[in-house]
Each structure stands twice: as C-alpha cells, then as structure tokens.
Design a binder for this molecule. Structure first.
Ligand SMILES: CC(=O)SCCNC(=O)CCNC(=O)[C@H](O)C(C)(C)COP(=O)(O)OP(=O)(O)OC[C@H]1O[C@@H](n2cnc3c(N)ncnc32)[C@H](O)[C@@H]1OP(=O)(O)O
Ligand SMILES: O=C([O-])CC(=O)C(=O)O
Length: 379
C-alpha cells in the first residue's frame, strides 16, 4: 500500500473542506466515516425497503408517505411528465452532438420562462414539475436528435426510472431493470452540501427562483469531479479488453498522478455506502447479460485502487457498468443523476428560504497592493 490518502487527510482549508457552511435537517453524510442518512433514515434501509417516490417524498416533505399520501402524490406527478409544446420545439432545435447535461440545463431554464415560479408558495409545485418532467426533457431530445422520433412521454410506467427507460428503449423495462433504476435514483437523491447542492443554496440565498437554482446546480453537477464522474468512469472502463490490461493501465495512471474517476470522496473516509448497493445490482445485470469483461474489469480496478492508494469506489463507479448493462448511452448517465438529485436540490432551496441569509463568504486577498494608475499612453 503506497499511501493512505482516503483515511489520513491533511486539511488545508482548500475547497472549504471540513468547514461547516450552514445547518440542515435533510441529510447526514459520512457520520462514522461511512454512513448516509436522509432525514434520519439509512440509505441502505431506504434502498431495501422503499421506492424512489417514497424517498423523494421523504426528502422533499420531511416524512415517509403513507399509502394514501403516496398515491395522491403519484397521481399529481403523472400528468406533469408531459412536455409543453414550446419546450418540445426548443428541444428539437438542440443539435445531436450537444451534451445531454446541457440539454437538461436548457430544458430547466426554458421551463422557467414558460411556468414561472412567482410566489415562493408555489415552490413545491415547481419541484414536483421538475421531478416529473426531467426524464422527458432529456429523452425527447435524445430520441428526436438521434433517431428522428418524437417520443411519447405517456408511458404509463409506475416508477420514474422505468418511465425514463421506457421512453429511451421503446419498451417496458424488465422487472430487474426497473428495480435497478429505482434503487439508483434512491442512492443519488440527496447528499448534504455537495458542490451542486451548495450551488443551488447559494442561488436560493439571493431569493432567486427555483428554476434558476436548479439550472445552476445542473451546471455544477456536470463536471467530472462531481456527477460527471460516472461518464468518465465508463469511458475509462470500456477501453479495457481484460483485467490485466486494466490493472496495468491504472497502475500507469497512478504513477503519472492521474485521477481515477469514480474513486475518492471529499467527505467519506472509509467507504461510500452507496457503492456496495449499486455494485451488487451491477453484478446481477452482468450475470444476466453474460458479461465476462466489464464487471470483472471494474472489480479489478476497485481492488487495485484499494491496494495501491487505499481508496474506495464512490457512488459513481459501479453506476457506470450498471447503466451500461441496461443499454443506456454513456452521455445520459449524469442526466439520470439530475432526475434524482433535483429532490435534494429543491429540499435544500426550501430549507435555505425558510431561514435565509445571503451566502457571501470573504476571501483572503493575495494580489498586489497599493498601486497607482499609470496613464494609458505611458503603460
Ligand atoms: C457523486 C459524486 O460526486 S462522488 C465524486 C465523483 N468524482 C470522482 O470520482 C472524481 C475523482 N475523484 C476526485 O477527484 C476526488 O477524490 C474528489 C473530487 C471526489 C474529492 O476531492 P478531495 O477531497 O480534494 O480529495 P482528497 O483530499 O481526498 O485527495 C487526497 C489525495 O488523493 C488523491 N486523489 C483523490 N482522488 C483520487 C482519484 N480518484 N484518483 C487518484 N488520486 C486521487 C488526490 O489527488 C490527493 O493527492 P495529494 O495529496 O497528492 O494532493
Ligand atoms: O458529496 C459530495 O461531495 C459528492 C457526492 O457524493 C454527491 O453529491 O452525491
């Protein structure tokens, strides 16, 4: 083992690491080094015993729903899955080579013009609309720009993940696919003051509208150090034809001090509790698909990172193979994260608004001091 970067961490204050930037009642990350709880419920428990809609309700409204509350909420969300015609027209104008995260960003922003939030009393309705409509935004654009098909958003699928897969693949997902998508959405729903949520809260703290907060958050999530890591991990994994090739190359990357995407975490010190869950589902999908390379390569990289750097896979790493086994194009991986995380973003915006003070930290000035302006013709 060459170092212990995941367990012993120098805290220089860079990246605001380790600093408390506010209070929240929504989520705890990394208590005991490795746990994740949404409003006090362990994510492992939620992934085993709840659905994504139940989890999203919990994150947004504070309590798990009973059956009557859940049914009423789902009945409200169902018609909200449809795209307004002007938004379809905008999506049809976005080129096929655009990044789907940019499509999500534009879709959210444009919807904010069509359906303005207005009074903050409407915030739950806006959150419901965004939650329901995001799968259609990205898939409508994807199928139109890639296949020339104007996909129907009326799938009748119960779960949001199944609804996404149905529009994308033109068929009902299998029971296993629907389950994996649902669990994946549970795992990604909320994560305290991560970069995209903090972005949303900063925006909310100016008393801006919810579409602006979510649009800003999408921009933050897109980067490969955050949500974009699941796509970057896939790009790396699929290069390798064998375990040996993967291990050799990862060793080379580590010697060159390159980052291995899908590993490490800003908060967890021991492990990311979401990894074991999605890894298990990825293995089931691999077995069913008769995969002999991708899953084995992923496991070998995980082993190598543990041995060489004492680093663990984060939520993104095995999501890459799991999504791939369900025939989801790599560029749509991070948009799935948006479909789920919008619940966390919205809940944090509500919390910020409920007890607001504009977020405006100070900076330590390190530039030149006390300079006089030289007239332009003398510079
Ligand atoms: C859902 C999510 O958003 S989870 C995060 C997804 N992002 C990724 O997977 C991208 C790859 N990972 C990383 O870039 C980082 O681990 C982050 C961004 C997640 C966390 O960043 P930090 O908190 O700054 O990392 P941390 O302080 O733990 O890094 C310690 C050391 O390990 C190294 N390190 C961290 N992650 C990795 C990695 N994935 N591969 C190789 N080395 C790494 C750092 O370069 C640093 O080395 P140094 O001490 O020589 O400078
Ligand atoms: O918390 C973080 O820094 C990143 C993360 O895992 C998430 O947002 O899910």
């Amino acid at each position: 083992m060459s170092d212990s970067s995941s367990t012993v961490k120098k805290n220089t204050g860079a990246g605001l690491r380790g600093q408390t930037a506010g209070q929240t009642a929504i989520c705890t990350v990394g208590a005991e080094g490795n746990s994740l709880r949404y409003r006090g419920y362990d994510v492992v428990d939620l992934a085993e015993n709840a659905t994504f809609y139940e989890t999203a309700y919990l994150v947004l409204k504070g309590e798990l729903p009973n059956q009557v509350e859940l049914d009423a909420w789902k009945a409200k969300l169902e018609p909200l899955r449809a795209l307004p015609q002007p938004l379809k027209e905008v999506l049809e104008r976005i080129p096929a080579d655009a990044h789907p995260m940019d499509v999500m960003r534009t879709g959210c922003s444009f919807l904010g013009n069509l359906e303005q939030e207005g009074d903050f009393a409407n915030q739950q309705d806006v959150a419901d609309r965004l939650l329901a409509i995001f799968p259609a935004i990205v898939v409508y654009w994807y199928r139109y720009s890639h296949d020339g098909v104007r996909v129907s958003t009326d799938t009748g699928e119960d779960g949001l993940g199944a609804h996404f897969l149905h529009m994308l693949l033109d068929r009902s997902p299998t029971e296993l696919e629907a389950k994996v998508m649902d669990v994946s959405l549970i795992l990604y729903a909320e994560h305290e003051f991560n970069a995209s949520t903090f972005t949303a809260r900063v925006c909310a703290s100016t008393l801006s509208d919810l579409h602006s907060c979510v649009t800003a958050a999408i921009g933050s999530l897109r980067g490969p150090l955050h949500g974009g890591a699941n796509e970057a991990a896939m790009a790396m994994i699929e290069q390798y034809g064998s375990v040996d090739e993967a291990v050799d190359d990862v060793m080379k990357k580590l010697s060159a001090k390159e980052l291995i995407m899908g590993f490490g975490h800003a908060v967890y010190r021991l492990r990311d509790p979401r990894n074991a869950i999605i890894k298990g589902w990825s293995q089931q999908l691999a077995d069913l698909k008769g995969d002999t390379v991708l899953y084995a390569v992923s496991e070998a990289i995980e082993r190598t990172m543990k041995e060489q750097k004492n680093m663990f896979a984060n939520a993104d790493f095995f999501h890459a193979s799991a999504y791939h086994f369900m025939d989801i194009p790599t560029s749509l991986f991070t948009p799935i994260f948006v479909m789920s995380r919008v619940t966390g973003w919205a809940a944090h915006c509500f919390e910020q608004r409920a007890n607001n003070r504009i977020i405006r930290p100070g900076a330590e000035y390190i530039g030149p001091v006390d300079r006089d302006v030289t007239p332009i013709d003398a510079r």
